[in-house]
Design a protein around this ligand. Sequence first.
Ligand code: NAD
Length: 530
Amino acid sequence: MPEVLVCDPIADEGLEILKRATNVTVKTGLKEAELVQEAPKYDALMVRSQTKITRPVIEATHKLQVVGRAGVGVDNIDLPAATERGIIVVNSPAGNTVAVAELTLGMMLALVRRLVPASSSMTQGEWKRSQFTGNQLYGKTLGVIGTGRIGTEVIKRAHSFGMKVLGYDPFLTTARATQLNIEATTTEEILRRSDFITLHVPLTKENKHLINADAIAMMRDGAYIINCSRGGIVDEQALYEALTAGKLGGAGLDVYENEPPKDSPLLQLDNVVLTPHLGASTEEAQVEVAVDVAQQIVDVFSGRPPQSAVNLPPLPAETREFIGPFLPLMEKLGRLQAQVADGRIESVTLSYCGELNDYDTSALTRVFLKGLLQPSFDQVVTYVNAPILAEQRGVAVTETKCHKSEDYANLIETRVTRNDDSHQRVRQVDGTIFNERDPHIVGIQGLRVDVIPQGTLLIIPNTDKPGMIGSVGTILGSAGVNIVGMQVGRRNVGERAVMVISLEEPAPPEVLKQLDAQPDLFGARQVDLR
Ligand code: NAD
């Protein structure tokens, strides 16, 4: 039987699953040097967040096949080292979903029924019934920003309270919104129309202070905001000001910009419900993550694919040799498509033309999806889990093949269809490699360009007429933004063209606004491919 070392305390239910199929040893609190000695005896290691599976530990092993992390984050495991050795790393991204969703609903109820002040008034010997008249959730509008795993569970529970639900997520398809019985809309609409707003998004560069003073100003007077996702998504200073000025009715927070939020003025308010990052802290969630990961370890030993592997298993040698050079291109195309438009992604179509036609291109599709999804997720999106994440969100992914490309030995056309409130749009970006390894973007919306996908790119659809390049150059130049290169894709004078400008460093938001205000320029998009 395979030997498994459990390095951190995990729920008994997880141990039981392991014991049925493997020999289990539990040794907790091992330091790196001790693990280097111990780990080579095992086929699997299982950890929570305390034990660190470092490169020296991995490199000391000879027969290790799988490392299981009972939880979401895998920062304590050296993923590249594991991948190089072909060791699968599995985690449990969904084990605490229900726990966080229930806390969110708990916060909403606590806020509208004023449970915390009412309870502390009673423990002080008071009986003030009229002072604590509350409101109902029934009939109110809930805005869910981020309709991934936790957002989805919140939506289901909000329906049982009779709430109307609005949702936004870049991966919320129309079909999925219908299935969830919610109205898919934009973040702005959610801010304007909701009585309660709940956030279930990762903390990415773009989501930092997603709820800032401007966003709060758009919200209804007296609305409530709940953040059980990550500190930093709400600007706490702006929130404090809105709560003290009476703009907002209250806030429920489980996560903070600094944890613990020692000197935060929010701690002094009575229209808040605050918990110390307890979202995942239920006994059931601990059991669920342990069972989930133990089952995946057993699956690996029985030759079944694990549900939630986070690293890259090696490709077959022949395929790797031919398609390997296209992998960096695909990731860049995915990242570019993620940034080139707004709206909810409905579907992805990738067409592989030329010699690529003879190979299994699914690895290229996976890497494209990784690039497309990663900016919206804080769990590690990999070659392995990217298609699963897309499928879970109902994004249809189609691969097509064509025998020949007229101009290139190989061409990959990527089309991403997005929906927003008013219409559906398709963005097409095409790429190929030159010299058998250098990635190039060779088409945007069917217009031919030749751009190296690196650094910061400014993509500006425009009318093809004299003076366009000059006006863009002047705006960038007067703002001190240095142009490194420029390409224009066009067909005929007077028709739609596209400029692609490589910048030395990103242009500030005011410059993008200035470009947007120009006639005949149609929405400049800045794309970060650094
Ligand atoms: P998930 O990956 O399933 O869903 C996140 C969703 O957010 C994705 O669908 C993504 O497309 C969407 N998104 C990203 N940026 C967005 C934006 N600007 N607007 C709208 N949608 C956006 O993740 P999940 O498991 O549902 O977790 C959600 C959050 O909860 C994460 O930040 C996670 O770290 C946090 N979390 C907190 C606790 C806690 O203890 N409080 C526990 C678990 C998870």
